[in-house]
Design a binder for this molecule. Structure first.
Ligand code: PMT
Length: 397
């Protein structure tokens, strides 16, 4: 199963101002393929009405423990029984306390107590409520009880204060929920990778770059993190959100990227080069903006170091995965790059398929041959690459 496609999620909405974000959360969960069933508490309904959630989810919204619409009158059992997870967002301090103590005096707390599926809470509250000893004790107890907690985040709060306690943004909750269902095949592994283009400066305002968007690399970083890896992403200049759980190091030029990779890779299990690193850079960067002279301008280029080849040649090299974007003869060029750099695995794609867009078509090349993956979103392609890679990694000693 891919991500949230086909997952049934019971979404509990409790009475906090962040309930307004739950409406967007329902929309995004639905967009990711989940079947969302909202359970709205009395407090939650004071912020957003059931009509909104019903319209966005396309499903009946449940609130009442005694609702007679469920044929056997057992909404508290049936909703949880058919779900893949119960997610409560926002989860107020009061709701968290009631779950910790096993109270079951409304539909949502009863569902939480009567469940045999994972329970995930996304807390949302004022920073003092979050920092208070009772709430902190309750959060610690939730973890002991095997309840997952997403967030909270720090930032501006509805009460005008600034601090810890904001509910995560709906996009982040969806990303964390997707990750929750991914088998942790890279648990305990450190993955260092590169993504995006490089920018090779000519003068203070100009440079040589390429059309890589970073989307493939960021999708792969997210997939590795969701599979349990500790991920360091050395990124060229792109404006993409950093995937949850990923450490991003910005490196604009090939030389900066090389330095960041070599500083991070010594204890890595895996290195993945997704970046479209410039093969050449201007030999000299002008200190000041180059002015028009009326003459042709010649810029001398010098070759950049090959970061992937350098990492693969390290005495205790991690498992190295290369990428190759070609405009023709993909099989021949990809396999020759893999052989030349002595890589156990290389991901080949056509420039027309892979650069810039949201989807990609890739072929994986290893000693066993070529393994085409179906055309799919970069997120789905990344999950396919992680599955293949995880199967090739030597067992940990
Ligand atoms: O960013 P997107 O828009 O999503 O596009 C994704 C992508 C097309 C850029 C990506 O899927 C991809 O194919 N990346 C590799 C681009 C490429 O053609 O690389 P290359 O053939 O120049 O290099 C081969 C391998 O060596 C790559 O793993 C590259 O990261 C690495 N390399 C290359 C040169 C260099 N100086 N150092 C390197 O590490």
């Amino acid at each position: 199963m891919n991500g949230l496609q086909g997952r049934k999620v019971v979404l509990g909405v409790t009475g906090g101002v962040a309930a307004y974000k739950a409406a967007e959360l329902v929309r995004l969960l639905g967009k990711a393929g989940a079947d969302v069933h909202v359970v709205l508490t009395e407090g939650g309904a004071r912020f957003v009405t059931a009509v909104t959630f019903q319209a966005l989810s396309g499903n009946t919204v449940w609130s009442d423990l005694w609702d007679a619409r469920m044929p056997n009158n057992m909404a508290h059992i049936d909703l949880g029984r058919e779900a893949d997870a119960i997610l409560v967002a926002p989860a107020t301090a009061d709701f968290i306390a009631r779950v910790v103590h096993g109270l079951a005096d409304d539909l949502l707390t009863t569902l939480c107590l009567a469940r045999d599926v994972p329970l995930i809470l996304a807390p949302a509250m004022n920073r003092q409520m979050w920092e208070s000893p009772p709430t902190q004790r309750n959060i610690a107890q939730l973890r002991v009880d095997g309840v997952a907690v997403f967030g909270p985040a720090a930032g501006d709060q509805a009460c005008g204060e600034v601090g810890m306690g904001r509910m995560l943004e709906p996009e982040e909750i969806v990303e964390q929920l997707e990750g929750f269902f991914v088998p942790k095949r890279l648990a305990g592994r450190k993955v260092v990778m590169t993504a995006g283009p490089t920018f090779e400066p000519i003068d203070p305002v100009r440079g040589i770059t390429n059309i890589s968007s970073g989307k493939m690399g960021y999708a792969l970083a997210r997939a590795c993190a969701q599979a349990g890896a500790d991920v360091v992403l050395v990124s060229g200049p792109v404006a993409l959100p950093v995937p949850v759980g990923v450490k991003r190091i910005a490196a604009a030029s090939a030389l900066a990227m090389r330095t960041a990779v070599l500083e991070s890779v010594h204890d890595a299990d895996v290195f993945i080069g997704v970046a479209a690193v410039a093969d050449y850079r201007p030999l000299q960067t002008a200190e000041h903006k180059i002015k028009k002279s009326g003459e042709a301008l010649t810029i001398t280029l010098t070759q950049n170091p090959d970061i992937l080849a350098e990492v693969a040649a390290l005495p205790a090299a991690p498992f190295c995965v290369g990428f190759a974007a070609e405009s023709r003869d993909l099989d021949a060029y990809a396999e020759s790059k893999r052989q030349k750099k002595r890589l156990p695995l290389l991901v080949g794609n056509l420039v027309s398929d892979g650069m810039g867009g949201d989807d990609n078509t890739v072929i994986l090349y290893d000693d066993a041959g070529r393994h085409p993956l179906p055309r799919a979103s970069k997120a789905a392609v990344a999950r396919g690459i992680v599955d293949h890679l995880a199967g090739m990694l030597p067992a940990r000693t």
